[in-house]
Design a protein around this ligand. Structure first.
Ligand code: XBP
Ligand code: MG
Length: 258
């Protein structure tokens, strides 16, 4: 029998919105706490933050907000450094928030990660957020040793262009020494999907709080979450028919060959 099927070798996870719903009650709160510490009267409410999320990357998001809503504050000779230090403060707040354990992993994430490890499938991360934030989230949810479970972690400013550019996925694929056809990306946002597709990666979407109404054209599947045997996923877009209602190694393997 000739076998033209690809065998899944690695799963590339996005972080924010995919591993955990970190935006509304994580990053947003950390930005607001940093603004307070800097004596700024800025407050990013839930709706405004939804609009700002179209800009990926915290530093880039702050600059975009200033250009649009607080242009007077742009008049600083050290603007880039000032944004950098505001963002550093935000990262500290985010890390402290993660230490409280208030943001859990999304359904099915821990189960799938454990199963992939058993199946000897490589794990990787491709995210716009900082390495500090990835580490803090993994530590508070899966334990400190889980950081070592990931063969490659691509985070933050390691590449020049953030999502929707493909750079972070291309960097991770290069580190893994795998082709996109041997992998699958798991994402929650349109910007994330664009980034993964531009790197030629088959992509599974699990929609999150801020992203459920976005355009996921081109995704291999669009689901409510990864699901658990006791808590099945809901298929948001019917791209294929599944014989089970939780994402496992077999389902991911079938998606890359679909
Ligand atoms: C996540 C982001 C990030 C976080 C904030 O996108 O856009 O900017 O909101 O993180 P993705 P930082 O899930 O596609 O990676 O403030 O650390 O940049
Ligand atoms: Mg995301």
């Amino acid at each position: 029998m000739t076998n033209t099927q690809n065998k899944l070798q690695a799963v590339l996870f996005d972080v924010d919105g995919t591993l955990a719903d970190t935006e509304q009650d994580g990053h947003r709160l950390a930005f607001n706490a940093a603004f307070k510490q800097f004596n700024l009267d800025w407050n990013w409410d839930i709706d405004l933050y939804g609009e700002l999320l179209q800009v990926t990357g915290g530093k880039e998001r702050i600059r975009y907000f200033m250009e649009r809503y607080a242009p007077a504050a742009l008049n600083k000779s050290d603007l880039t450094d000032w944004i950098l230090s505001l963002h550093k403060t935000k990262t500290k707040f985010f890390e402290s928030l993660m230490e409280t354990g208030s943001i859990p992993l999304r359904p099915g994430v821990a189960r799938l990660i454990h199963e992939l490890r058993q199946e000897k499938i490589k794990l990787a991360i491709a995210t716009t957020t900082t390495m500090e934030n990835v580490t803090a989230l993994l530590k508070s949810t899966l334990g400190e040793e889980s950081i070592g479970w990931f063969d490659v972690i691509g985070a933050g400013d390691i590449v020049p262009m953030k999502k929707p550019a493909p750079d972070i996925y291309l960097w991770v694929l290069d580190q893994l020494k795998l082709t996109p056809q041997q992998c699958i990306a798991i994402e929650d946002s349109e910007n994330g999907l664009k980034s993964a597709l531009a790197a030629n990666l088959p992509t599974l979407i699990t929609v999150s709080g801020y992203t459920r109404l976005q355009d996921f054209n081109g995704a291999a599947a669009v689901l409510s979450d990864l699901g658990e045997p006791s808590q099945p996923f809901i298929q948001i877009q019917h791209t294929t028919t599944f014989d089970k209602e939780w994402v496992d190694y077999r389902l991911l393997n079938s998606l890359i060959n679909h």
